[in-house]
Design a protein around this ligand. Structure first.
Ligand code: UT7
Length: 323
């Protein structure tokens, strides 16, 4: 059978690290103890002038290509998830195509599903590869959320960071028990759009918007929706939670990760946690966390890994893969 096989991962983070104490010193009415206790976040990376969604995405992509042992010219499909594109158009994916020297004439486009964006991009690339629309893909999550934040709103500005993660996928003939993306499910419910949104910023309105969130409501929905979609994907993959080697979750809040592990009956040791170092990097958080765990040797070839995320829209999804 043809599957999309993960050939390499890469990530990129802005050099500037801002601690919780530094935010308080800069005038945000908060404290390290509140942020750590309520979210698990200790620091975040913040982009500087000259760093953008496109440049971070290109850096992460080059590292993923190096890990995969592929040349950029071999990439004929780029799907980039972002809620913070550098321009309304052209798509940031086309910018990355040109920056890294991917095959001209290949397919490149962006996907907007906020924090679930990487799951949506992965599902899209997987479908296109399996139906022959491409042979080798870059799937990227890249965000510069710091430029969307209202630094007067302590309920949101302490939660987010900037960064990018990338994954190289190749369509390959594999055995039933071989590697690749095994099952994916995506969902959306637009009735909850006002719980997490940006109040402007669209080219059609000519406004500049800031992120707004009803944190407590989002938290409640996240725990329920993630448990449901994880159960659904485990069923589609024909496995039990106990068989998972790793869960690579969206990194929004350490308490959501605890609740998800408890619902799956998995020890926290099997959850990859980077929210303490990266904060919430929206669509970048899953591929960033994956790359950290691949590079530090925890996630190895043959491991069964679950990716999951939930975010604005609402949108949510999960995907099961064998490395
Ligand atoms: O990635 C997309 C998905 N996003 C999420 O999953 C985020 C989900 N939500 C959350 O992670 C949590 O709801 C938050 C971390 C955003 C907030 O935690 P919470 O436990 O739900 O706190 P809260 O919003 O109910 O606020 C509790 C108190 C309030 O004070 P009062 O009204 O009790 O006096 C807030 O004003 O904490 C206060 N507060 C803060 N205090 C210090 C809110 N933000 C801060 C802050 N520093 N940064």
């Amino acid at each position: 059978m043809i599957r999309s096989v993960i050939k390499g991962t890469g990530s990129a983070l802005p050099a500037q690290i801002v601690s919780n104490d530094e935010l308080a010193r800069r005038g945000v009415d908060t404290s390290d103890s509140w942020i750590v206790e309520r979210t698990g976040i200790r620091q975040r990376h913040i982009a500087q002038p000259g760093e953008s969604t496109g440049t971070l995405a290109a850096q992460a992509s080059r590292k993923a290509l190096e890990a995969a042992g592929l040349a950029a010219r071999e990439i004929d499909l780029i799907v980039l998830a972002t809620a913070t594109p550098d321009n309304t158009f052209p798509a940031t994916a086309t910018q990355v195509q040109s920056l890294i020297g991917a095959r001209p004439g290949g397919v490149a486009f962006d996907v907007a599903a906020v924090c679930s964006g990487f799951l949506y991009a992965l599902a899209t690339a997987d479908s296109l590869l399996r139906t022959g629309m491409g042979t080798k893909a870059l799937v990227i999550g890249a965000e510069v959320f710091s430029r969307l934040l209202d630094w007067e709103d302590r309920g949101t500005c302490v939660l987010f960071g900037d960064g990018a993660g990338a994954m190289v996928l190749a369509a390959e003939e594999v055995a039933e028990d071989g590697p690749g993306i095994l099952a994916t499910r995506l969902h959306a419910d637009g009735a909850h759009g006002e719980m997490l949104y940006v109040d402007g910023g669209a080219g059609t309105t000519g406004t500049v918007g800031k992120l707004r969130m009803k944190g407590r409501e989002v938290f409640r929905h996240a725990v329920v929706n993630l448990a449901d979609v994880l159960t659904e994907v485990l069923g589609a993959g024909g496995i039990t939670a106990g068989e998972l080697d790793w869960v690579v979750p969206h990194q929004a809040n350490a308490r959501i990760l605890d609740a998800t592990a408890r619902k799956l009956g998995l020890p926290m040791e099997r959850m990859i946690v980077t929210v303490d170092r990266h904060a919430n990097t929206s669509a970048a958080s899953v591929p960033l966390a994956l790359d950290v765990a691949v590079r530090d040797g925890r996630i190895k070839p043959g491991d069964l890994v679950m990716f999951e995320a939930m975010g604005g829209g609402f949108t949510w999804g999960a995907s099961l893969a064998r490395m």
